[in-house]
Design a protein around this ligand. Structure first.
Ligand code: NAD
Length: 240
């Protein structure tokens, strides 16, 4: 861990690229893991833009179920450790694929939610967006144009919001250390962000109990749960 400590201490911009594994210990299932959601449900029927256009009520039922589950969950020790590290590394960023709002709840700053936020809504007709409120019912209607509102997440088949994506590339391309935490790196285009960091000669640190395609080329591949490893990384900043 000691060379990693030096890199972290010297770094001018640290980035945490996170995926659903970081929220597993908060009680939120991943998509593709052992107990992943996609073992139970078919993503093309419940989480794609074509499914939403065919049957918005069904897609909303799935998202309301996930909202309820997620609203009972709290940030894990991993979310909290990132937020603590950010207090000491001012210019650091969180680029997350998660939609669960837990980095916000943990007190992180400089967060880009690349796949949106499950507690928000958006209108594909007029662009209206806001927080979801249970009194809106299922499926909710846009107060501006009356169209059916979409959950505020990026569904399969949709592009990422352009401004957020451009900012994420800028941040990844200018970091000197990137922690890739709890992601299988199967979802495009977010999975190319480590390559932008690598082009800038950033140190790549993967934290995952399983191997991914990045593990072999990462500078540090720390096999373990994010909640065990990230507090130790925070501790590295404390030891003199
Ligand atoms: P994924 O399901 O494809 O991969 C999860 C990864 O987490 C795996 O590599 C697994 O080995 C790892 N993992 C499992 N337990 C871990 C732990 N304790 N610590 C660290 N890593 C652990 O998820 P993904 O790569 O994030 O991509 C899929 C999509 O999942 C994204 O689009 C995201 O929006 C969506 N998603 C989000 C949530 C959430 O917001 N919490 C939940 C499920 C899915």
């Amino acid at each position: 861990m000691y060379p990693l400590r030096d890199f972290l201490i010297k770094s001018k911009r640290a980035v945490f690229l996170t995926g659903s594994g970081i929220s597993k210990e908060s009680g939120i299932p991943t998509f593709r893991g052992k107990d992943g959601l996609w073992k139970q449900y078919d993503p093309s029927k419940l989480a794609s833009i074509s499914a939403f256009l065919d049957n918005p009520a069904l897609v909303w039922e799935f998202y309301r179920y996930r909202q309820d589950l997620i609203s009972k969950c709290h940030p894990s020790r991993a979310h909290l450790a990132i937020s603590q590290i950010q207090k000491e590394k001012e210019n650091s960023w969180v680029l997350t694929q998660n939609v669960d709002n837990l980095h916000n709840q943990a007190g992180s700053k400089n967060i880009i939610e690349l796949h949106g936020n499950i507690f928000r809504i958006s209108c594909i007709n007029c662009g209206y967006n806001d927080n979801y409120n249970v009194i809106m019912g299922v499926p909710p209607r846009c107060p501006k144009c009356g169209d059916v509102l979409k959950p505020g997440v990026v569904l399969f088949g949709e592009s990422l919001p352009q401004k957020d994506w451009a900012k994420a590339i800028e941040i990844a391309s200018s970091c000197d250390i990137m922690f890739v935490v709890g992601t299988s790196l199967n979802v495009s285009p977010v999975n190319i962000l480590p390559s932008y960091a690598k082009e800038n000669n950033a140190v790549i640190v993967e934290i995952n109990p399983e191997l991914t395609w990045l593990s072999e080329s990462a500078d540090f591949s720390l096999k373990g749960s994010a909640s065990d490893v990230l507090p130790k990384i925070h501790d590295l900043l404390k030891c003199g």
